[in-house]
Ligand binder design. Structure first.
Ligand code: DGL
Length: 267
């Protein structure tokens, strides 16, 4: 790998495109590889062992494609697999976790909600995060079963999605929450609906920009930033059925894209 090698990004499905979008915004000239592990989505309902095995298989694929850095664009996979990935591979590996610290700094009511998968919320990594940064506010945790599936089918605004968000959000708002942490990369695509339901006085904290920032810091530190002035390209893969996944990737990426089938040995 060298400065012109691509950056690899993966998630259980299409949620990590919210991180890829931010990376593209910040790195116009880098080539980006994206893997949606659609055959195994949602990770939130899978065992940590399986998520770890899937993360390693996808990392191997990205490394075989010469990735110079890997972004785990998934809170659930970060919780289950980031230490294993970092112990196996020596390139920069950037993970994502619920942005508790910025939310605690932001809240005025002192009541913050974390929306995430139940797997993220029950991980040891999240418990440590709460111990470290959660003392100065009341942190209410809310697993949001079903929301990942809505994003996977491109249902960002429909009645079922709205019903689910209302079911999860209204009790939190009644308890005085004024800051909501999006603790799952899929939920970034639901931010407009969450904002509409929560109202303008509630802040929504999405860590995507911070991840792109951290990626720049790590690439710079390792002299891996591409000096190439040309525009970077994206390439997409899925472990699921490319014909099923392509329309949703195109919808969320706002462009007609090709999605390749992840070779069997990585599935
Ligand atoms: N987008 C993921 C996350 O950030 C995974 C959700 C899932 O597959 O359950 O946690």
């Amino acid at each position: 790998m060298n400065t012109s090698s691509p950056i690899g990004v993966f998630d259980s499905g299409v949620g990590g495109l919210s991180i890829l979008r931010e990376i593209r915004r910040d790195f116009a000239n880098e080539d980006l590889l994206y893997v949606a592990d659609s055959a195994f989505v949602p990770y939130g309902e899978k065992s940590p062992r399986l998520i770890e095995a899937r993360s390693v298989a996808i990392a191997e694929f990205l490394i075989d494609r010469k990735a110079k850095a890997i972004v785990v664009a998934c809170n659930t996979a970060t919780g289950a697999a980031i230490s294993t990935l970092r112990s196996r591979y020596c390139m920069p590996i950037i993970g994502i976790e619920p942005a508790v610290k910025p939310a605690v700094e932001k809240t005025v009511s002192g009541i913050v909600a974390v929306l995430a998968t139940s797997r993220t919320l029950s991980s040891g990594k999240f418990a440590k995060l709460l111990t470290r940064f959660g003392d100065d506010a009341d942190i209410l945790i809310q697993p949001c079963t079903g929301l990942v599936e809505q994003v996977e089918t491109g249902e960002l605004q429909g009645g079922k999605t709205r019903d689910l968000i209302e079911k999860y959000l209204l009790p939190l708002l009644e308890r005085g929450v004024d800051t909501i942490i999006l603790g799952c990369t899929h939920y970034a695509f639901l931010a407009p609906l969450i904002r509409e339901i929560a109202g303008p006085r509630v802040s929504i904290v999405d860590p995507a920009a911070a991840i792109a920032h951290e990626l720049r810091r790590r690439l710079e530190g390792n002299n891996l930033l591409s000096p190439d002035p040309r525009s970077g390209k994206e390439a997409f893969w899925t472990s699921g059925e490319p014909d099923d996944v392509r329309p949703v990737v195109s919808q969320l990426w706002k462009a007609d894209v090709e999605v390749g089938r992840l070779p069997k040995r990585y599935c």
